[in-house]
Design a protein around this ligand. Sequence first.
Ligand code: NAP
Length: 271
Amino acid sequence: MRTDGRRSDSSDEGLDASRPVAVVTGAAAGIGLAIAERLLADGFAVGVFDRDAALKTRFAAAEAAGRATVVVGDVTDAADRARLIEAVAAAHGVVDVLVNNAGIGGFGERIGSLDLAHLRTTLEINTVSVAAFVQLALPHLQRSERARIVNIGSLFADDPAEGGTDYTLSKGAIHALTRILAIELGPAGITCNSIAPGYILTEMHRAEVALQASRLGIAVEERFTQLRAQVPLRRHGTAEDIAGAVSWLASTDSAYVTGVRIAVNGGVSFA
Ligand code: NAP
């Protein structure tokens, strides 16, 4: 029996106990899917989680190969969160990397019409659940020799837009939490960093652009063109652009980096 908590009882290559283990929330689509796929390609075993049951088909092959633990659930549900972390610990014995990615785009209400129930929902999903996952994963991260927490924040944490009270509060808090965790968990050898994506082509962004276009009374394609013009690299980001940054933060190369926010946004700035 190994003393580091990792499984060592299988000869199946997929259950190789030396594989690092990553947990990724919101992995059924968009950025989370790309992150989980990238970490699988990097040699990780993954615990993947989403409320969208499409998660099961997306990771069926990896699950069959013993490389993925798949749990469908909601990040705001304490029992669902516990099911994920317990299933990963049972299958792999440890959590090396926790990627808090699941999130929603907020409800787009200006302060005068802000529904406080919507604000609470956004904070519960985007922020409170992140702290809760860190708490649950902590005993398992403490057993890892390469423990990492990566939180997905947003460009809009610092560069808010009208109607963004709920989303900006939720993501600003993520970057603040990241700094706090770096300070509190650093002595245990756990690093914590965040990524602030810019305009990334996912369903969340497409829905937001469609809304903006209808408010502006212009075609959706025209709004996409306007947004690209704000970006020095003159293109939208891809989910794989974000996954590449997560891959580095999850790797041993980033061992001495903690408490930082990496902007992956093509250079966009509203200054
Ligand atoms: P996405 O395409 O909407 O994917 C998010 C995934 O998370 C979906 O599968 C979604 O399921 C799931 N999810 C949402 N709420 C959940 C909950 N309560 N419990 C479990 N799963 C839940 O979004 P994305 O663009 O990939 O965004 C990923 C992260 O990046 C988010 O934190 C987002 O705020 C951040 N981000 C994105 C952009 C961008 O431009 N795309 C920019 C900055 C930051 P459903 O489909 O059922 O909702």
